[in-house]
Design a protein around this ligand. Structure first.
Ligand SMILES: NC(=O)c1ccc[n+]([C@@H]2O[C@H](COP(=O)([O-])OP(=O)(O)OC[C@H]3O[C@@H](n4cnc5c(N)ncnc54)[C@H](OP(=O)(O)O)[C@@H]3O)[C@@H](O)[C@H]2O)c1
Length: 234
């Protein structure tokens, strides 16, 4: 299926989780630069400055009332949502295999990286499905790759990202007939708080393919895992 992009995002509304730093901040800025009104979500409103096209919105993806309140605000203020970027995530604190992983750490990582995106997407779907061609971009990771093998030293993180890819597949299967375009993307290894200073990629580079996927016009590919604008195996 051929890829077609919107020329710009004028008039469109996006929600980006974890937009106060790292790749999420770069995705939010990139979407705003292309004309979208971007709800830049953060756990602490003071962490994001309101500018042209960027509206800070409070959202903790592990807090169900916070999810409902964020979606209600977008509906009240804009009555539309064209793009949802599930970007917020945490990495396993304990580096080690499953034997050393604590149940608490497992719960924490799965709550942010998997349960959060599932429930945020569930809450956003009625708005997203109001018209054909809305996009869900799930910021995943090669750490969750089933074909390469899930990250051995970060089991909760890797398994959460495999689960996030399953969410993408589910969304494609259940809603592509209604026009939803859902894709996963690995940004590569990026210099952020999570990626660390040794990572080879800039935040701008890491945000490139997520932004490109958010620009997909109706009829573009859905239900895939991408890196550097190419489909990669799950
Ligand atoms: N960096 C890499 O090398 C790399 C590689 C592959 C995939 N990724 C993926 O890329 C995405 C962005 O990663 P990053 O490197 O930019 O990470 P980061 O710099 O650590 O930023 C993570 C973001 O997630 C937010 N967040 C954490 N818990 C949250 C919660 N409960 N509710 C809402 N927001 C929450 C953080 O907000 P606070 O400031 O409030 O904590 C922050 O904005 C993630 O999905 C990550 O898994 C990154």
């Amino acid at each position: 299926m051929a890829t077609r992009l919107h020329e710009n995002l004028q008039g469109q509304v996006a929600l980006v989780s974890g937009a106060n730093r790292g790749i999420g901040a770069a995705i939010a800025t990139g979407l705003a630069a292309r004309g979208a009104t971007v709800y830049a979500a953060t756990r602490r409103l003071a962490a994001i400055r309101e500018t042209d096209g960027i509206l800070p919105i409070e959202l903790d993806v592990t807090d169900d009332p916070s999810i409902s309140a964020a979606i209600r605000r977008i509906e009240r203020e804009r009555n539309r949502l064209d793009i949802l970027v599930n970007n917020a995530a945490v990495y396993d604190d304990a580096h080690g295999d499953l034997v050393v992983e604590s149940a608490g750490e497992l719960d924490r990582v799965l709550a942010v990286n998997l349960r959060g995106p599932i429930l945020l997407t569930k809450a956003a779907l009625p708005l997203l499905l109001r018209k054909r061609g809305s996009r869900v971009v799930n910021v995943s990771s090669g750490s969750g790759s089933l074909s390469d093998g899930v990250d051995r030293d970060a089991p909760a993180y890797g398994i959460s990202k495999a689960g996030l890819n399953a969410l993408t597949s589910y969304l494609h299967g259940a809603y592509s007939g209604k026009g939803l375009i859902a894709n996963s993307v690995c940004p590569g290894w990026v210099r952020t708080d999570m990626g660390g200073p040794r990572a080879p990629r800039s935040v701008k580079k890491g945000a490139e393919t997520p932004i490109w996927l958010a620009m997909f016009a109706p009829g573009s590919p859905s239900g895939h895992f991408w890196r550097d604008r190419k489909i990669i195996p799950w």
